[in-house]
Design a protein around this ligand. Structure first.
Ligand SMILES: *Cc1c(COP(=O)(O)O)cnc(C)c1O
Length: 416
C-alpha cells in the first residue's frame, strides 16, 4: 500500500505535480468527472482554432499552401504526438475521419475472409457502433454473422471478461479466425484488456488483431508497435479532449503500412502529396498509414486537438498522467471503502493493471438512476449507462483529489 493512502485530498492535491494543469482547462461549473465521455476544453484550443479562422479570413484558399500551418499537411502536425501517446512509430499513426469510419476503412483492409478463415471475434455487448460495423462488414462480404461473428461474454454472474476466457476463445476458433477486434479499455466496466497477450494469441492462430482504443487513448499507456497490434482506431473527444465530434485516428502496424496487396478504399489524400495536385488519376500510395486517408483534413477539429496533445507533451507524456491516475484510483477506492462499503460497488476490476481512469459504480440497493440524477443536480457530472452503472472518471489532466471527495460526499448523502 502506498503512503498516499493515508493522506487527505488536500494533502494529495498539494503534493500533486500536475495540479496546476487544471487551470489550462475551461470546466463547466461543478465537478467534471465525465472525461471518459467528452474531455474538457483546453483553453489553448480556442487560440489554435482562432489562428486557423484568422488564416482563413486573411489567406483564403492560399491557407492550404502557406506557412508552417499549411492545411494540406495539417494532419502531420499531430503525428509525432499521437505516436508518442500510442507507442507507435510516426509512419503508423494518422489523425483522420472519426472512429467508426476508420474502423470500416481498416476492416476493408484487414478482414479478408476465405472459405475456411472467415470469423471475426468481438466481445458480447460491444459498443453498438463497433458491433454494427463488424456485422455489416461480414454481410458486405456475402457472409452471415450467425456463422462468422463470434462473441465472448463474461461468465455467468460475473461482470468482466476473464482474460483467460478470451485467449481460450481465440485458440478455440483458431483456423477459422480472420480478425480479433477488441477494446483496449471496455467502455462500460472500464476494464483494461491484456492487449499484448491478445495479440500473441491471435497471431498464434494466424488471425489479425485490431483494437478500438476509444477509452484507452490518453487514458492508459500503450505500446501498439511493440505489442505487434495489426491495426487500431480511436476517437479524440474522450481522454484526448479534442472536442465534440473531434477528429479520430488510426494505427496500422509498420509491417502492413506499405503492403500494396491489401485491399483499400482510396481517396485523393492517400496519394503522394508531391503529385496530388497534378490531378492525375494514377494512385501513388503514401508508404505510411497516411495512404488510408480519403479526404483533406478537418483543420478546425485538428487545431482544437493540438492544444491537448501539447499538454500531454508538457507533462512529459502518458507515464506522468498514468502515475497520477494510479494515485487517484487508490484514493477513490479508499474513499469508497471507508464511506460507501455495502452501498456502492465498483464493477471495475481491482488490479491496477486492469483499470484506467474510469470507474463503473453500481448502487447496491435502491434506484441507481435516482442517485445519478441527484449527482447531476449537485453538478457532479458523470454518466449513466444502461442497464445500471454510473460511470465516473477522475482524469489526471484536470481533476483534483478534492473532486473525488465531492463525488463520494454526494453519494454518501444520496445512497441509502
Ligand atoms: C465512443 C466510442 C465510439 C464512438 O464512435 P464514433 O465513430 O466516434 O461516433 C465507438 N466505439 C467505442 C468503443 C466507443 O467508446
Amino acid at each position: 500500500m502506498s503512503l498516499g493512502t493515508l493522506l487527505t485530498a488536500a494533502e494529495l492535491d498539494a503534493a500533486d505535480p500536475l495540479a496546476d494543469l487544471r487551470h489550462e482547462f475551461e470546466l463547466p461549473d461543478g465537478t467534471y468527472l465525465i472525461g471518459n465521455s467528452l474531455g474538457a476544453l483546453p483553453r489553448a484550443a480556442r487560440d489554435h482554432v482562432n489562428v486557423e479562422l484568422d488564416r482563413w479570413a486573411t489567406l483564403g484558399g492560399e491557407g492550404h499552401f502557406t506557412g508552417d500551418l499549411a492545411w494540406k499537411g495539417y494532419h502531420d502536425l499531430l503525428t509525432r504526438q499521437l505516436a508518442d501517446i500510442t507507442g507507435a512509430r510516426p509512419d503508423e499513426v494518422v489523425a483522420m475521419n472519426s472512429l467508426t469510419v476508420n474502423l470500416h476503412l481498416l476492416l476493408v483492409s484487414f478482414y479478408r475472409p476465405t472459405a475456411d478463415r472467415h470469423k471475426i471475434l468481438i466481445e458480447d455487448h460491444a459498443f453498438p457502433s463497433d458491433h454494427f460495423a463488424v456485422e455489416s462488414q461480414i454481410r458486405q462480404r456475402g457472409l452471415d454473422p450467425e456463422t462468422s461473428l463470434v462473441t465472448v461474454s463474461p461468465r455467468e454472474g460475473e461482470e468482466v471478461l476473464r482474460p483467460e476466457d478470451l485467449l481460450a476463445a481465440i485458440a478455440e476458433h483458431g483456423d477459422e479466425l480472420a480478425v480479433v477486434l477488441l477494446p483496449g479499455v471496455q467502455y462500460y466496466t472500464g476494464q483494461v484488456l491484456p492487449m499484448a497477450d491478445i495479440v500473441a494469441a491471435g497471431h498464434e492462430v494466424g488471425a489479425l488483431v485490431g483494437f478500438d482504443l476509444a477509452h484507452a487513448i490518453g487514458n492508459i499507456e500503450l505500446e501498439l508497435h511493440d505489442w505487434g497490434v495489426d491495426f487500431a482506431v480511436w476517437c479524440s473527444y474522450k481522454y484526448l479532449n479534442g472536442g465534440p465530434g473531434g477528429v479520430g485516428g488510426a494505427f496500422v502496424h509498420h509491417d502492413h503500412v506499405d503492403d500494396q496487396d491489401l485491399p483499400k478504399f482510396l481517396g485523393w489524400w492517400g496519394t503522394d502529396p508531391a503529385t496530388r495536385f497534378e490531378m492525375a488519376t494514377r494512385f501513388v500510395p503514401i508508404p505510411t498509414v497516411e495512404s488510408w486517408q480519403l479526404s483533406n483534413a478537418p483543420v478546425l477539429p485538428m487545431a482544437a486537438l493540438r492544444a491537448s496533445l501539447d499538454l500531454v507533451d508538457r507533462v512529459g507524456g502518458m507515464a506522468a498522467l498514468r502515475a497520477k491516475a494510479e494515485r487517484q484510483i487508490d484514493y477513490l477506492d479508499r474513499r469508497l471503502t471507508e464511506t460507501l462499503a455495502g452501498r456502492v460497488e465498483n464493477v471495475t476490476p481491482k488490479a491496477l493493471a486492469e483499470r484506467g481512469c474510469q470507474h463503473a459504480l453500481r448502487v447496491v440497493a435502491g434506484d441507481g438512476q435516482r442517485v445519478f440524477r441527484a449527482l447531476q443536480e449537485e453538478h457532479v457530472f458523470c454518466d449513466w449507462r444502461e442497464p445500471d452503472v454510473i460511470r465516473v472518471a477522475p482524469v489526471p489532466l484536470y481533476n483534483s483529489f478534492a473532486d473525488i471527495d465531492r463525488l463520494v460526499d454526494v453519494l454518501d448523502q444520496t445512497v441509502s
